[in-house]
Design a protein around this ligand. Structure first.
Ligand code: FEO
Length: 401
């Protein structure tokens, strides 16, 4: 049975939800599931914009068959070749041998890589600013390399002013009937929107900025991403978030503390610091145990907060393993424009502070606050003034973001 949804006069959402997948990209927990969006335009020519993950392929093919109702599929526009969207593309092309594939040169090469299929005879290769007229609709194509793969492009329908934005403006979280941004509480969706952005495209801020500039020149009534909500009412809101995240501008003038603690002593110092900050008026402080909270959540929180504190035990003469993983994750996501304070612990040879300092020194536009506070096994009463001074320094730095 079909499950498509009519969006406009000619356009339908034909994707689906996956609520079973544990790890998106075999890495990111998705307790609220994820949607794989695809769109069908019923014009003089029939057009499909992107395909779906294998997990929802059965429903997807039923939707297409129901909408085609015996007509042939003329075009499939491929905005993004990552398999969460294109795992079903090979099967689609086998089922619809007359469908032409619209993509850029990199897209067409990747089709061959993933499906061992030479689609050259049915490829319509487009470049920046190219158009495809299918009757009432004319689709313009804009390249968006590295948002989130090199072949990514976005498609703008001039007839209905719809931007098909590939991964951009997407989110983790399955759709529960309410397809549109104005049908849900965005504050409830914001953490997963941010976690998706930070972890999936967070590294490519420059490229996202470039896409935002292109989008600013378009009259947009609706943004249709490949994951999550369709944006029609709160477009300025999500564009502002993307502008902020992609320029690595913190959302909040607050502090995130992440600690890696073997027996609880490093944790105790981190908790004490959080209390001292709260007493100094800092609001919305976030504290995470790196052994408990998935790194994708902490990476996302690092995109939210302006000041970050990392408190780590020394382990195998290194940074505590889970903290090391987190910090490498932050570096690989090109996090910058942050203030950072460090606490280290070690019972005989504390070196985690030195190593964290070196790591942050290799990152762009990170301001280290104060000296590293060194604990030998546990915070001693006589170190409370040093911790208090650190809290003062962090609080003073907050006012200058
Ligand atoms: Fe949703 Fe980059 O794929």
């Amino acid at each position: 049975m079909y499950s498509y949804r009519k969006i406009t006069r000619d356009m339908y959402a034909v994707g689906g939800n996956d609520r079973r997948l544990a790890l998106f990209e075999n890495m990111y927990p998705i307790p609220r599931g994820v949607s794989y969006n695809s769109y069908f335009v019923n014009d003089e020519k029939t057009v499909l914009l992107d395909t779906v993950d294998r997990a929802v392929a059965d429903a997807f093919f039923e939707n297409i068959d129901a909408l085609l109702d015996g007509r042939q599929l003329d075009y499939v526009i491929v905005n993004h070749m990552e398999p969460d969207h294109c795992a079903s593309l090979g099967e689609l092309l086998r089922r619809h041998p007359s469908a032409q594939v619209v993509g850029n040169a990199k897209t067409i090469a990747m089709v061959g890589q993933f499906f061992a299929m030479d689609i050259t005879p049915r490829a319509v290769i487009v470049t920046e600013g190219a158009s495809l007229c299918t009757g009432r609709h004319t689709f313009n194509f804009y390249m968006a390399p590295m948002v989130h793969w090199p072949e990514v492009m976005v498609t703008y329908d001039t007839a209905e002013h719809i931007l098909y934005s590939a991964d951009a403006f997407g989110t983790f979280g399955a759709i529960s009937g309410n397809l549109y941004d104005d049908e849900v509480e965005l504050t409830e969706w914001l953490p997963e929107l941010r976690r998706y952005y930070a972890n999936i495209v967070g590294k490519y801020g420059v490229q996202v900025q470039s896409l935002l500039k292109k989008a600013a020149g378009l009259e947009i009534s609706m943004i249709c991403p490949l994951h999550g909500l369709i944006w029609r009412k709160n477009i300025p809101w999500i564009v502002e978030k993307y502008d902020r995240w992609s320029s690595y501008t913190p959302e909040e003038n607050t502090v995130m503390i992440a600690y890696g603690s073997v027996y609880g002593n490093t944790a105790a110092a981190a908790e004490l610091l959080a209390g001292l900050l709260a007493e100094r008026g800092v609001r919305n402080i976030a504290v995470y145990d790196v052994s408990v909270t998935h790194p994708s959540v902490i990476v996302s929180e690092a995109f939210r907060c302006g000041t970050l504190v990392f408190a780590s035990s020394t382990y195998n003469a290194e940074i505590f393993t889970n903290m090391q993983t987190l910090l490498m994750d932050l570096k690989e996501h090109a996090l910058c424009r942050r203030k950072v304070a460090l606490i280290e612990n070690g019972s005989w040879g504390p070196v985690s502070g030195k190593k964290m300092r070196e790591l942050f020194g290799s990152m762009k536009d990170i301001t280290l606050l104060g000296d590293t506070l060194t604990l030998k096994s546990a915070l001693r009463r006589e170190q409370i003034p040093a911790l208090t001074a650190l809290a003062d320094e962090i609080t003073a730095a907050l006012t200058s973001i």
